[in-house]
Design a protein around this ligand. Sequence first.
Ligand SMILES: Cc1cc2nc3c(=O)[nH]c(=O)nc-3n(C[C@H](O)[C@H](O)[C@H](O)COP(=O)(O)OP(=O)(O)OC[C@H]3O[C@@H](n4cnc5c(N)ncnc54)[C@H](O)[C@@H]3O)c2cc1C
Length: 629
Amino acid sequence: MATAATAIDTDFIREAVLAADLDAVRIALYHNSRDEAVGALPPLARMSEADKALLVDKAVDWLTHNASDAELPEPPEPDLRQLMTMVTGREMTDIEFEARRDLAAFRPFPCAAEWQGEKPEIPEGFRVAIIGSGPAGIVAGVQMELLGIPYVLLERQGEAGGTWTINRYPDVRVDTPSITYEYSFEKLYAWTEHFNRGEAVREYLQHVSRKYGVMANSRFNHDVKGAVFDEARDVWALDVATPEGAQTIEANVVITACGTFANAQLPDIDGVGSFEGRIVHPSAWPQDLDLTGKRVAVIGNGSTGVQLLSAVAQKAAHVSVVQRTPQWISPREKYGAPIEPGVAWLYANLPGYWNWSRYTATAGLFEIHNLQRVDRDWQAQGGKVSKANDDLRAFLTDYIRKETGGREDLIAKLIPDYAPMSRRPVVDNGWYRALTRDNVDLLAGSVARFTKEGFVMADGTVCEADVVITATGFDVLKYLWPARYQGLDGQDLHETWDAGDGPRAYLSLMMPGFPNFFMLYGPNSQPLTGGTGLPQWWLIWASYAAQCTMRMLQDGKSRVDVKPEAFYRYNNELDDEAQNWLQMTAEGGIEKNYYVNREHRRLQVNAPWLSPDYHRMCTVVDWDDLEMS
Ligand SMILES: Cc1cc2nc3c(=O)[nH]c(=O)nc-3n(C[C@H](O)[C@H](O)[C@H](O)COP(=O)(O)OP(=O)(O)OC[C@H]3O[C@@H](n4cnc5c(N)ncnc54)[C@H](O)[C@@H]3O)c2cc1C
C-alpha cells in the first residue's frame, strides 16, 4: 500500500538516508527499482564520495515518489542470489547461499520443519517437554505450534525471557545489533535502540511467546530437577519442583533449552565468607541495590563487567576494577544510540530496507574465520598471527590509547598479550573512559583473599569495599546443570560426560544412550565463525528436534537415538577441526579462554565448523546416523 510519501519533506528523507546503512539502502533500492546505475555501485567500503552522493540522490528521489509500507516477497532464487552477492561483492558457493539466504528473512519460517504430505495422527497422550523459556525454548514452542504437536514448556523462573529475565544489572543490553537478535518470523519489532536494553528484549520475547501460543503452554516456577527414561515405555519421566510441590510430568520427547549461561561462576576465594559487605553477581542483581555514595569493587572485565562499569561509576563514590586478564574491547557503531526517526521511517517505508539491513549487519562476519587462523608464513616473517589479525590488534591497541587519553599507566595494564578474536569479542560501553575517571582505579591481577572490609590482591594491594560485584561470568561447562538426566541402562548424563573429557554431543544436539532427548545450545554448539546469528540457530536446532519427532510419529516409532559410531566419528572430526583455530593455540591464549575446556584442552563451547557447513549438517538430517525403533 502506497503511503502519502509525497507529503513527506524531501529534507527529512535525505536526513533519513544519510543516517541509514547505505549498503542496505543500495541493495533495497536496486531490489525495488532495478536501476542499473545503483546496481553498478560497489559495496560501501569501496564507494567513492561521488558514488555515495549518487546513491543518496537516487534514494531520495525514489522514496519521494514510491515510499510504501509494502512487504517484499522473497525474490526468485537467481535474483536473491544476485542481491546477496551485491552486499559483499563476492560470489557465494551453493552451501553459503543455502545458509545465508534466510538472513534477509523474506520467508517467515526458514528452516522450520513442516509436514510433508498429510499430518499423521498423533497418539493420545503424546507430548514433548521443552525445558526453558529463553529465546531457544520459545522458538521450540513456536515450532511445535506450527506442527500441531502437543507440548509443555517448563520454566523455573516466574516469567519468560531466559537470560533477559535473569540479568537485570545496570545497562544490560544486547551487544549484537537488535535487528539481528530478532526472530525471522516476528520482525520489524518497534525497537527503540540499535542495541536494545535487556528489558526491551525480554518484552519482545514475551510478546512472541504470547502471540504464537507458547505462553499458554508454559508452566512457570516449574524447575526440572531431573528426568529418567523409562525403557519399557520409551517415555521420559520428569521430576519437577512446582509451587504445589514435586510433580512427575511425562513426555515422549525432551528438548532442553536451558541456556549456556545458566550457572553463575562465583569466586571461590579464601575468606569470602568473612566479608561484611555485599557480594552481588550481575545475574542476581537486587533491584533495590542503591550504589549511591558506596565504595564498590567490580571483579571482571568480560562482556558484563564492561557493560555495567560506566553506569556503576556514575553512582558510586569509588570503584575498584579488578582485571585478572586484559581483554580486547572494541567499539560498535551506534552502540547505545536510539534508532533515528528517519531510520525508523525507512524501515517502514523503503520496502526491503529492514531485510537488507539485517543481512548487511551480519555480512561483516562472513569472513571472520580469516581472523581466527594462524598464518605460519606470516609468523615466519615476524608477524604475530596473520596480517588480518595483526591489523585488528593494531587498530584495537590504538583504540585503547585513544580512549584512555594516552594514560601510559593504564595502557601498560590494558593491552592483552594474546590475539584478538580468540575470545568472545567484548563491546566497549565507555569502559576505557570510565577507567580514567577520578573515582575509578584499575587493579591488575587476582584477588588473593577476602577480609572483613574487602579483599587483598595477590600483589598485596588492599581494597576496601561496601559492595563487590562479581562479574565473573558463568560456568559454561555445566550444561543442563544441576538437573540430572538418566538414559538407557541407568546411565547419568553428567557422570557419562565426567567419565570422558567433558560435555560432548552429536551436532551439539544428541547423546547416544539418551533417546528422544535434544539439547538446544548444547556442547560445541555456538558457531565459531559467526555469520548467521544465534536466533537463526535456535530455529535450526529446534527444527532438527522436530524433524526427528515427526519421523517417529510418521513411522509409528517410539524411540530415536544417535548411533554411538556416528557420535564418535562426529566428535573425532570436531576435535581435529578445532585444532585449526586460534582459540586452541598459545597465540589465542588457550589457558585463559572460556570457550575451551582447559582441563581437557579441547574446544567446548563452539562448533569449529564454518557456519555454512554446520548449517548443512543441522538442516539436512543424516538419518543413517540415527536409529529409530
Ligand atoms: C548477559 C548476557 C548477554 C548476552 N548478549 C548476547 C548478545 O548480545 N547477542 C547474542 O547473540 N548472544 C548474547 N548472549 C548469549 C545468548 O544469546 C543468550 O544467553 C540467550 O538468552 C540464550 O538463549 P537460551 O534460550 O538458549 O537460554 P537462556 O536465555 O539462558 O534461557 C534458558 C532458560 O532455561 C531455564 N532453565 C534452565 N534449567 C532449567 C530447569 N532445570 N528447569 C526449568 N527451567 C530451566 C532458565 O531459567 C532460563 O529461563 C548473552 C548472554 C548473556 C548471559
